[in-house]
Design a protein around this ligand. Structure first.
Ligand code: ADP
Ligand code: MG
Ligand code: MG
Length: 966
């Protein structure tokens, strides 16, 4: 229950209201609902469907359509004995848990019977001031009667009591965010009946768990009150684990728990099982609105309207003594994706114990063994028959759902019950491997494999790992819970982590264990380190989902939250100290370790190959140096879409010549400065052309406002004056004259080419000469010269003529050369987009500069938007920052229009985009749809863009074939 520990604050109001409403309803006797012969008819139907051999699918389809028909009125959905009102596709109504319990039931997997109260009731409940509609209550009692009949037990019966769990479950998985109550239906009477089924130890263990959970969830009694009492009893009994407590000790605990309840609420613990039922259902519906659930939804973009369903399900007992256990498992390794059944379990325990980390869980099989479970027996060893059954079921589930599943199971006296299945959260590496292997196993198609990977998440794969060739000081080891290395300052609380991250620091959140209240802080951190908990602990599960590195269960940590320090062996580490963790190995290191980007192999390469076959959009890179170009090619770049020449100007030894060029007062001294730059630029281009052998390279001529290059310090000004042979005063005067009020709309881009044609001439010459030279080495060069910031067709016409002249000169100088660079322009000024038909007359290609186009089209300064744009997003005025994803309705329309107009005069016009949006999967989809030929993005975004392009192509093809069909 650690995940819920400091949760006392979280739902004061909510459960107080629930409590009241629970009281109000007990007085009335709920309507007796008419008995139905549902079970009988269902059995008959099932029989019939078994007989008709190929009819199974038809029956399913029938059942499904029937379910859909009645879904609109039905609010309580039964499942049990091979039949269910719901099915897997009804997650909106039944929540993920409920939909899958129904599905598992109807495919014949052993699931304790129960029923689901729909998410629609959650909304009703909250609208009506936390009150359950009367009809819903009647339906609940009918369904409960069905369960009683199936189980041959009765709710509240002192001899043969039916106990149930009340479980939350929304459409999206929100692990640990909402509440669950187990063993409901117990009271001073029924506990005796329960004891008859096994023994006192078991009965009172169940009762004390129930009082504690009910107290926590429904009555809002601080968890600690109970925990302290439990610890005291363990001490008195001289035992370490709860499971070692005797029946007599547990009886004492129950007695004092009941006292605690009375003391805090001034009322006795509700002994009437129906009161308990309404109380718990109400509390679970209310828990949809608790703080941590709200925070989780914010982070994960889950709408508040969805609501949770409530599942009421017959209890099965993993805490009944020998031959009893409970566990969780993944059908494949959630960290690596390896095809290994992977899980943990606890003997003689109830479900929540596994996640809570109060005992070290045992591995279910050898391949699930991790370092600290070295000596523990496995389920396979302890209960071979049950294990085999579990294997059979997991395989069945994987085949049925066609995805890796995360399952919960409980073994009662050697009998296996499934309590949950869902698509398992996994790291990106695992997601890729699983998708690729499932396609190879023919469980899914290649297209499905490609569609299953979230393009943005690929970023995780390109995350750094520790450079093992460098010195590093490993001071402790924990479980490798979520891969990747993280480097950051230590924070001991979620709030601290958040604050430090806001200040721009990278943070490692260090906790004894994490709880759902910590998720905002976890989100803000680079990595998470915990002292307690296993591979399925809260920290581990959440970190994997977020793609953060996590080392869990690092026993060597001793954290003193009060003093803000932790001790690891001899090392004392303070809040803010540098720390490194490696979630792939479990290592904890002192200081900031050096990290490297990993090699990408196997499944990733395969998946990328598939994306390349599926997509039509070309993916290029933005690269200014041969090194970048080489990295980009490794990631699959098919050319350079943007090579910025100005970055080269800043290199030491060059900037002075650049300043001379800018500040020259006549074209003679300008040309002498340019003559110095020419060979340097030519050398740069040669390097890039060689690196991109065989692929196109688009080089943009000088673009930024000149002030970006100007000298600021006295020293720099003196150096320029000396080089130009003028006075410092002269240079200062010139600097003043170059001052601009609005440089981003000032003297920049092609406007520089118009006023200083020598600059562009030099650059075109450098490009063409470099191309000619490497061509003689046998390198295949495809240079493309790009003229930036054009707003009027005549600018381009003039500069194109200039460039063609220079190219002709160079060709004359190097006879036999076949080099003929193409010449195109950027479309980044709204006027250019609007007049694209005119501009296209002079362009071989367009490359959309969507950064500037957004800046000017949206009137949104990239450098200043930070102070107000976040509020626009928070307030819902815009969905996302338009510099992150292209504003399809506005700025995107300028792109669309320019594509149409440009192609209207030049059908063969090549079209690409080179803004930041080229690496954003959502934008890539848009660019594919409006018919661009390529996107260009930074090297590390290339895999994302390739995947996004393939996904776009698949969905466009699907759409087209649907339209054809119509
Ligand atoms: P969560 O969504 O937080 O996982 P669950 O509703 O799945 O919450 O329940 C918490 C734990 O209790 C799980 O381990 C689950 O398997 C167990 N559990 C829930 N209902 C039952 C039941 N009817 N019998 C036995 N164990 C149960
Ligand atoms: Mg669960
Ligand atoms: Mg620009």
């Amino acid at each position: 229950m650690s995940a819920r520990k400091s949760a006392a604050v979280r739902k004061k109001k909510a459960s107080a209201v629930a409590r009241k409403s629970a009281k109000r309803v007990v007085k009335k006797t709920p309507k007796k609902a008419a008995k139905t012969s549902k079970t009988a008819t269902k059995k008959a139907k099932r029989k019939a469907s078994r007989k008709a051999a190929p009819g199974k699918n038809r029956f399913n389809a029938l059942a499904r359509s029937r379910a859909r028909e009645t879904a609109t009125q039905r609010r309580v959905f039964f499942f049990g004995d091979g039949q269910a009102d719901g099915h897997a596709d009804m997650k909106e109504l039944l929540g993920g848990k409920g939909a899958n319990l129904a599905e598992m039931t109807s495919i014949g997997i052993p699931v304790p019977p129960g029923f689901t109260i729909s998410t629609e009731v959650c909304a009703e409940f909250n609208q009506r001031g936390q009150k359950l509609p009367v009809e819903v209550k009647a339906d609940v009692l009918t369904a409960l009667a069905n369960v009683e009949r199936l189980m041959d037990l009765r709710f509240g019966d002192p001899d043969k009591p039916l106990l149930v769990s009340i479980r939350s479950g929304s459409r999206a998985s929100m692990p640990g965010m909402m509440d669950t109550v187990l063993n409901l239906g117990l009271n001073d009477e029924t506990v005796r009946g329960l004891a008859l089924m096994a023994d006192d130890r078991f009965a009172f263990d169940s009762y004390r768990r129930f009082i504690q959970m009910y107290g926590d969830v429904v009555l809002d009694i601080p968890h600690d009150r109970f925990e302290h009492r439990l610890d005291a009893e363990k001490e008195a009994s001289r035992v370490r684990l709860d499971s070692e407590l005797s029946g007599r000790a547990l009886r004492r605990i129950v007695a004092s728990y009941l006292e605690i309840v009375e003391e805090v609420t001034h009322e006795p613990f509700p002994q009437n099982p129906r009161d308990q039922l309404w109380g718990a259902i109400g509390a679970v519906f209310s828990s949809w609105k608790n703080q941590r659930a709200v925070a989780y939804r914010r982070i994960n973009g889950i709408p508040d309207e969805w609501g949770t369903a409530v599942n009421v399900q017959t209890m099965v007992f993993g805490n009944m003594g020998d031959g009893c256990a409970t566990g969780v498992a993944f059908t494949r390794d959630p960290a690596t994706g390896e095809r290994n059944f992977y899980g943990e379990y606890l003997n003689n325990a109830q479900g929540e114990d596994v996640v809570a980390g109060i005992r070290t869980p045992q591995p279910i099989n050898e391949s699930s063994r991790v370092a600290d479970t070295r000596d523990l027996p496995t389920l396979e060893g302890e209960m071979p028959k049950v294990y085999k059954e579990l294997v059979r079921i997991y395989k069945r589930l994987e085949k049925h759902y066609r995805d890796m599943q995360d399952i919960e199971f409980t073994i009662q006296k050697g009998r296996l019950w499934m309590l949950q299945t869902r698509s398992g959260k996994r790291t990106t590496a695992a997601a890729v491997r699983i998708a690729v292997e499932m396609a190879r196993e023919r469980l899914i198609t290649r297209e499905e494999a490609v569609l299953r990977i979230d393009a943005n998440s690929l970023d995780q794969l390109l995350h750094p790992t520790i450079d093992r060739s460098q010195e590093r000081e490993v001071i402790a080891r924990g479980l490798p819970a979520s891969p990747g290395a993280a480097v950051g300052e230590v924070a001991f609380s979620a709030e601290q982590a958040e604050q430090r991250a806001k200040g721009g620091a990278k943070v490692i959140l260090v906790r004894t264990e994490t709880s759902p209240e910590d998720i905002v802080g976890m989100h803000a951190s680079e990595g998470i380190l915990t002292a307690k908990g296993g591979m399925t602990s809260h920290a581990a599960v959440v970190a994997r989902g977020m793609g953060k590195s996590c080392v869990a269960g690092c026993g060597a940590l001793a954290i003193d939250y009060e003093r803000g320090v932790m001790q690891i062996g001899e090392h004392l580490i303070r809040e803010g100290d540098p720390l490194t963790i490696d979630g792939s190995t479990g290592e904890v290191m002192l200081g900031f370790a050096t990290t490297v980007i990993p090699e990408l192999g196997g499944a990733f390469t395969e998946l990328m190959k598939w994306t390349d076959r599926l997509r039509t959009l070309e993916v290029r890179t933005n690269a200014d140096t041969p090194q970048d170009a080489i990295v980009a090619r490794r990631f699959g770049a098919e050319g350079i879409g943007l090579c910025r020449t100005e970055h080269m100007f800043f290199e030491p030894g060059r900037i002075l010549a650049v300043r001379e060029m800018i500040l020259a007062s006549d074209s003679h001294s300008r040309e002498s400065a340019l003559a110095k730059l020419l060979p340097m630029q030519r050398g740069d281009f040669e390097g890039i052309f060689r690196a991109m052998d065989g692929l196109p390279v688009t080089i943009r001529l000088l673009d930024p406002p000149l002030h970006e290059f100007l000298p600021q310090s006295d020293e720099d000004i003196r150096a320029v004056a000396e080089a130009l042979g003028t006075s410092i005063g002269d240079v200062r005067h010139k600097l003043e004259s170059l001052h601009e009020f609005n440089p981003m709309l000032g003297h920049r881009g092609c406007r520089l080419g118009i006023t200083y044609p020598e600059i562009y001439a030099m650059q075109v010459r450098a490009i063409t000469e470099a191309a000619c030279r490497v061509a003689t080495e046998g390198v295949k060069v495809k240079p493309e010269i790009m003229i930036p910031f054009v707003s009027h067709a005549r600018e381009l016409a003039k500069l194109r003529a200039l460039a063609e002249e220079v190219i002709a000169d160079v060709r004359r100088e190097s006879p036999g050369s076949r080099i003929r660079p193409t010449i195109g322009t950027m479309i980044e000024v709204p006027r250019a987009a609007l007049t694209a038909d005119e501009i296209a007359r002079h362009a071989d290609f367009f490359s959309f500069g969507t950064n500037d186009l957004t800046q000017m089209g949206y009137a949104l300064s990239r450098d200043d938007a930070g102070s107000f744009l976040p509020q626009y997003v928070d307030d819902g005025l815009i969905d996302v920052d338009p510099f992150v994803s292209i504003d399809e309705d506005g700025v995107g329309q300028l792109v669309r229009l320019a594509v149409e107009r440009g192609r209207s005069t030049r059908p063969d016009l090549k079209l690409g985009i080179c803004g930041e949006h080229g690496g954003d999967p959502v934008s890539v989809r848009f660019f594919a749809e409006i018919g661009l030929d390529y996107v260009s993005c930074s090297p590390y975004r290339i895999p994302l863009a390739r995947l996004a392009a393939a996904q776009a192509a698949i969905s466009m093809r699907k759409k087209a074939s649907l339209e054809d069909a119509e």
